[in-house]
Ligand binder design. Structure first.
Ligand code: M6R
Length: 611
């Protein structure tokens, strides 16, 4: 949440920062601002998108070779010009950009007010910069030292960059709990919440660790711990293509990412399975093979769409590997004193690898001795680094706020995990394993085929674009898909939608059904097919309008549903990888038809780095 970017070097800073902010806009888009150092330290900020900031500064003198920018997702204070970052200290001699939350800001603010500091905004970040100024004035110390001392006073999460009028060639940055990447160029440095604003200029990056402070001064980078101990940075070479973070001719990132799924699913299984020779391997599991084989329980922690992928994994792991699985919302798990033992394996799933609740759940499970296995998409992310072992999903950057290709990549990796553990434990016999491997290899082509339904789904979307409610029903492996379909629709089209296990309908939700209620039923041919056919009848009997997702060639459901969308046939274990595709397209087209901003839906941000 919130994107930050900074630059120091031989180029003009402003265009680099504005472009970087646009790349980071998926992290928050309430307001944006920029601070530039030339003859003085100037701050420009505006409510709304980065494009509004860009228009606002068009006539201003924005030259300079050092600066920083911020795109905001509001936590403290409504989105407006004043609460936008950067924030000046009271004397206007230093400015800050901040991503995170300072939990003790109220107490600090009271103290600072007593000392005569003044505040323009309602933000915790303005308290942070005034604290730095206060410490600097009282201790007559360097900017770097003042930042270091301030970090000992603040409680909460932060990635910050500080710029000072009195140190015109210096950037000071620090992180705890919020991501910060340093890009190392030729005589120039970049700072950003993720690598996307950087890769155009350099592939060499350093992922700052929690409690580290980076000072870039006179063309030199110095990284120290909060205790002022010099650190040796690890420079990593990024393998991210510029095209992967651009729209590539699609109208929206979400659509591009939906259509990328044949490739992203393939990439997530690449090198991990060869069906021909019945061979499977996953580095992260190999390291902890005994733990996995002897695990008494697996706990999955995640949020949102990643939690839905976790639910699919519960079905897969229990069925194929016969280990009991519990799937937990990370936000609940972390606060309810859960029972965790050293024999437990905790699987943390996160696209961004930065979700604050998931990270906290990991820390809790770690403190109780559990082995933590991470499934993340973003390489080098905080969760990837906090786990004992793991597997990247390799879906490539996901920019659209609504998660699509990350979900199918997570499900693919989790399927592989279930198959590997099942075969090692002897609960998945070789013939069945081989069948699943062959079928998994066929999935990218079948997803490609499902994507050809786009035009049909667009027509169906036109019929339902004005609906005010939707129900999504599924059973077994398709129950998590129903939840995912409902989440996709509500987050980008703002239509109220609920996902339910179809059999639960009779316990309440069926009361909602009338001629106005669209009901999406995911009714592919599987072990609960007969049952879900009965559930469709129940909906029809109450005049609900049924949109059914069925297996190709189904000749029963078309006679009873209003609209039928056929996906290719596959194994029951793999069906979520196909049945979710029409639901992603349905929500996309409905949202577009309603004029919604699909890639940047209201109130949301891509990476939820605050709890
Ligand atoms: O980055 P993560 O996978 O940890 O994010 C979890 C959720 O915030 C995320 O899946 C969210 O629900 C998406 N907007 C869903 O489309």
């Amino acid at each position: 949440m919130c994107g930050i970017v900074a630059y120091v070097g031989h180029r003009e800073a402003c265009p680099i920062i504005i472009k970087g902010l646009k790349r980071l806009e998926y992290r928050g888009y309430d307001s944006a601002g920029i601070a530039l150092m030339n003859e003085s330290l100037n701050v420009y900020k505006k409510k709304g998108k980065v494009s509004e900031l860009e228009a606002f500064i068009a006539e201003k003198d924005v030259h300079g070779h050092i600066g920083m920018g911020h795109t905001r997702w509001a936590t403290h204070g409504e989105p407006n010009d004043v609460n936008a970052h950067p924030h000046f200290s009271s004397s206007k001699s230093i400015a800050i950009i901040h991503n995170g939350i300072i939990e003790n800001y109220a107490a600090l603010k009271t103290l600072l007010l007593e000392k005569g500091h003044t505040f323009q905004s309602e933000t915790d970040s303005e308290v942070f910069i005034n604290l730095i100024e206060d410490i600097r004035t009282n201790n007559h110390c360097s900017l770097e030292e003042a930042v270091r001392l301030a970090l000992h006073e603040v409680v909460g999460a932060y990635a910050i960059v500080v710029l000072s009028k009195d140190d015109p060639d210096q950037l000071v940055a620090a992180r705890k709990g919020s991501p910060l990447v340093v890009g190392v160029g030729q005589g120039e440095y970049f700072l950003a919440s993720d690598a996307t604003p950087i890769i155009e200029y350099t592939s060499d990056v350093i992922y700052l660790n929690d409690h580290e402070i980076a000072v870039i001064k006179n063309g030199e980078l110095d990284i120290r711990s909060k205790e002022d101990v010099k650190q040796t940075p690890y420079v990593q070479r990024l393998e991210m293509a510029l095209e992967s973070i651009e729209k590539g001719g699609y109208e929206h990132f979400m659509l591009k990412e939906i259509f990328e799924q044949p490739r992203s699913i393939l990439d997530s299984m690449r090198g991990r399975m060869i069906a021909e020779s019945n061979h499977m391997m996953m580095g992260g599991i190999r390291e902890f093979e005994n733990k996995f084989v002897n695990a008494e329980r697996i706990i999955i922690v995640a949020c949102g769409t990643s939690w839905h992928a976790g639910l699919v994994a519960e079905y897969l792991i229990e069925d194929l590997a016969r280990i009991p699985v519990e799937v937990e919302y990370a936000s609940e798990f972390r606060y309810r004193n859960p029972i965790i033992s050293e024999k437990d394996i905790v699987i943390a799933i996160s696209q961004s690898g930065e979700t604050a609740d998931t990270l906290a759940a990991i820390e809790l499970a770690k403190s109780k001795g559990a082995t933590i296995f991470g499934i993340c998409n973003v390489v080098g992310s905080s969760i990837a680094r906090a786990t004992d072992a793991g597997a990247y999903t390799h879906a490539g950057p996901e920019i659209g706020v609504a998660s699509t290709k990350a979900f199918t990549a997570q499900v693919t990796v989790l399927t592989l995990v279930a198959m590997i553990i099942g075969s090692k434990r002897g609960t998945l016999e070789t013939t069945k394993l081989h069948e699943l491997m062959v079928e998994l290899e066929n999935i990218p082509d079948k997803v490609e085929k499902a994507l050809q339904l786009d035009e049909q789904i667009q027509e169906i979307s036109a019929m339902f674009k004005d609906a005010t409610n939707f129900l999504y029903l599924g059973r077994g492996y398709n129950f998590p898909v129903a939840l995912e379909g409902a989440l996709k629709l509500k987050e980008i089209s703002y239509i109220h939608a609920e996902g339910y296990p179809a059999a639960e309908m009779k316990h309440g939700p069926i009361a909602l059904i009338d001629a106005q209620m669209p009901v999406v039923v995911i009714a592919t041919k599987d072990s609960s097919y007969e049952k879900i056919v009965s559930n469709i009848q129940e909906v029809r009997a109450r005049k609900g309008r049924v949109i059914a997702i069925v297996t190709e060639g189904d000749n029963v459901i078309p006679a009873m549903a209003d609209y039928v969308i056929e996906v290719p046939e596959t194994s029951e274990h793999l069906v979520p990888l196909l049945s979710v595709i029409p639901l992603q397209l349905l929500s996309y087209h409905i949202a577009v038809m309603r004029g919604c901003n699909v890639d940047q839906p209201r109130n949301l941000a891509k990476s939820v780095t605050v709890e």
